[in-house]
Write a protein that binds this ligand. Structure first.
Ligand code: PLP
Length: 638
């Protein structure tokens, strides 16, 4: 576990059990021993064919834990409740979940249900997000906020006003000055009194990767001048009482409480000023930014870690608002936050299989192919001189010089190969010799490439786009010392499709030899998990090479024999599905190919044609990923 820093980033949900498998504690530290879930048992249940009592799902696989979601929502609420109580703050915390972090229906429905006792709401940033938030909140607490952010046209605004008519506690946040006229106009048309928020562009700047949205040049929000214009326009039309919420967002992954206090403090001053100007303010919405410690280092100098926990975050927010309001004799506002990453990151694990690995790059003299003498005999005079110089330098112990001659020899042989004077076998021997020399001198670390049954572009898009790191760990065999270091190479035909940076600043990952667990769980495959990827990754992922999303299982803690129950199982998109997403028509394609098979197989018998058609149908039906030895039974049986 320490090799993979699980004790840092995994706390309190992930650890290693006595079988060497990753164990999930769905209720965090409060999880009792018998409630812990062995992740390999879930993988086995999900991947075994239906005929053997499994769910017949293909990899990659997302395992969702709704109990973790519940624990996150409740922990966030508890952290604010504690800060409010202990600091004598005179109002309450009422958060919302920004659905853009993961719009999966069951994720959103779970959050609404788990947050209902404390009026937890939703945030939307587009029309479809608003539609889903409206529909989910119909089953939620009527006081829960529905915060409408993002660019808005007349249709978005009238939809938000309709939501208010449906008695949903909707707030339209003005992010661009032009939106105000549309709100005034549409609310008159629909005869509804809107609740308006305004997003302020703060001067506080978050300098980390996720801070581009902050500062005076940020993409969203109103400047001080624009806010003053908005106030005077609302006053003119007799709607200043409608301005009830002040919003800001200084970026995701706020690294330190120092920066947080700075931003919240600035916003609290604006809040007090707006109260002084007569607005009907009641709520301060501090946006997102509550960070996740992806590498467990608790560092405030890194994009992938944060130097605080939920409690310190809540305490800082409450203290900064209270301080500003008390000095200006302003009533304490309701505190709303739009924490997405912090709520959904932990709840899902992406599991994928390593299907093969490059051979050990520990070269031996046998990697020189037919032998040294053969190699030397085939060299031209100049190359033979390089070889002699190389061996002489080796005898003298001048290793740098060895490398120099080895490289010279190699370049010379490549040139001669291009000219046609050296054969393929000789070129391979020279490559082998150079690898051998580099290894003997300790210059080439033996890092192997593990080929994984995954598309990085679909499942870990932020690694490709912004080099965001996530913990990646084998989910079993953790009681065996990994003997190899490797990088991961995905299925796409794209050289970017590889993971060669890992948490802790590592350029390779400790891994086990493949095939080391004959007959083990999951049919002997080697399974890796990508953790803390429950936010953003699913919605951002694309269809590069037409690899679609993973299969998904939803796993709840239960008191049954395995301590878990699968409450939902959905196969990932099939080849037919991903083709359809690109406007192809799989049914017509199948018919055309079947017809062709019948034509081509004119001389064959009907049975052979039917077999071809079945093969075609299976390919449309199965997922685009590799069918490996471990998943073969499932793919053929479903
Ligand atoms: N609110 C707004 C306006 C955002 O732009 C974002 C994301 O950047 C969030 C909330 C969610 O932020 P986080 O995931 O850091 O909680």
């Amino acid at each position: 576990a320490s090799l993979y820093k699980i004790d840092g980033w995994g706390v309190p949900y992930f650890s290693v059990n006595s079988s060497g498998n990753i164990s999930v504690r769905p209720h965090g530290a409060e999880t009792l021993h018998h409630q812990e879930i062995d992740l390999m048992k879930v993988v086995k249940k999900a991947s075994e064919p239906k005929s053997s009592g499994g769910l017949g799902l293909q990899f990659p696989l997302i395992v969702r834990f709704p109990d973790v979601l519940r624990h996150r929502v409740e922990s966030l609420q508890a952290a604010f409740d504690f800060a409010i109580h202990s600091q004598g703050y005179d109002s309450h915390y009422q958060g919302v979940y920004p659905v853009k972090c993961n719009q999966d229906r069951f994720v959103v429905e779970d959050i609404v249900e788990f947050g209902s006792p404390f009026r937890f709401g939703l945030e939307a940033g587009s029309k479809p997000e608003l539609l889903l938030a409206m529909s989910c909140l119909c089953k939620g607490n009527p006081e829960a906020f529905l915060i409408c952010n993002g660019y808005k046209d007349s249709e978005y605004i009238s939809l938000a006003l309709i939501a208010r008519k449906l008695h949903l506690n909707t707030v339209i946040v003005i992010e661009q000055e032009e939106e105000l006229d549309l709100v005034i106009e549409n609310s008159r048309k629909l005869s509804v009194r809107p609740v308006i928020g305004v997003r302020a562009k703060l001067r506080t700047k978050h300098s980390g990767h996720f801070g581009a949205t902050s500062g005076e040049r940020g993409k969203f929000g109103l400047t001080t001048t624009q806010i003053l214009r908005l106030v005077s326009k609302l006053e003119q039309v007799g709607m200043l009482d409608c301005l009830q919420l002040l919003h800001f967002h200084i970026g995701s992954q706020i690294p330190s409480t120092l920066l947080l206090a700075d931003g919240v403090g600035e916003a609290a001053q604006i809040y007090c000023e707006l109260v002084r100007l007569g607005a009907g303010l009641q709520v301060i919405d501090i946006g997102g930014g509550l960070g996740i410690d992806y590498d467990g280092s608790r560092s405030s100098d890194s994009d992938i870690s944060v130097g605080y926990g939920l409690e310190e975050y809540a305490a800082t927010v409450v203290q900064s608002i209270r301080y500003a309001c008390d000095r200006k004799f302003v009533n304490h506002p309701v505190i709303c936050s739009e924490s997405g990453r912090a709520i959904v990151s932990h709840h899902s694990v992406l599991i994928f299989e390593a299907v093969s690995a490059t051979a050990s790059s520990t070269p031996t003299i046998s990697s020189l192919g037919p032998g040294l003498q053969y190699l030397v005999d085939g060299l031209t005079d100049e190359a033979r001189m390089d070889y002699r110089n190389l061996t002489a330098a080796a005898v003298r112990g001048e290793y740098e010089t060895c490398l120099l001659y080895a490289d010279q020899l190699k370049q010379r042989c490549i040139q001669q190969f291009k000219e046609g004077s050296v054969g393929l076998e000789h070129l391979a021997s020279v490559d082998g010799l150079c690898d051998f020399v580099a290894k003997a001198i300790g210059m080439s670390e033996s890092v192997r490439t593990y080929h994984v049954n995954l598309s990085l572009f679909t499942s870990i898009p932020d690694f490709w786009a912004i080099e965001q790191l996530f913990p990646i760990v084998p989910i079993h065999r953790l009681d065996q010392r990994p003997g190899v270091r490797g990088i991961l190479s995905d299925l796409t035909c794209d050289s970017d499709g590889k993971v060669d940076k890992f948490i802790g600043g590592e350029s390779s990952l400790p891994l086990h030899e493949l095939g080391g667990e004959e007959g083990g769980h999951g049919g002997g495959g080697y399974y890796l998990g990508m953790f803390l990827g429950g936010a953003y990754e699913e919605a951002l992922g694309g269809l590069h090479n037409l690899f679609g999303g993973p299969s998904v299982v939803r796993v709840s803690q239960s008191d049954g024999p395995h301590s878990f129950a699968v409450t939902r199982a959905v196969p990932g998109p099939s080849c037919g599905d991903v083709l359809r997403a690109m406007q192809h028509e799989p049914e017509l394609m199948f018919e055309a190919l079947k017809h062709r098979a019948e034509e081509c197989g004119g001389h064959e018998d009907e049975m052979a044609c039917a077999e071809l058609a079945r093969g075609l149908a299976r390919s449309f039906h199965n997922m685009p990923y590799l069918i490996t030895a471990a998943s073969c039974a499932t793919a053929n049986n479903n």
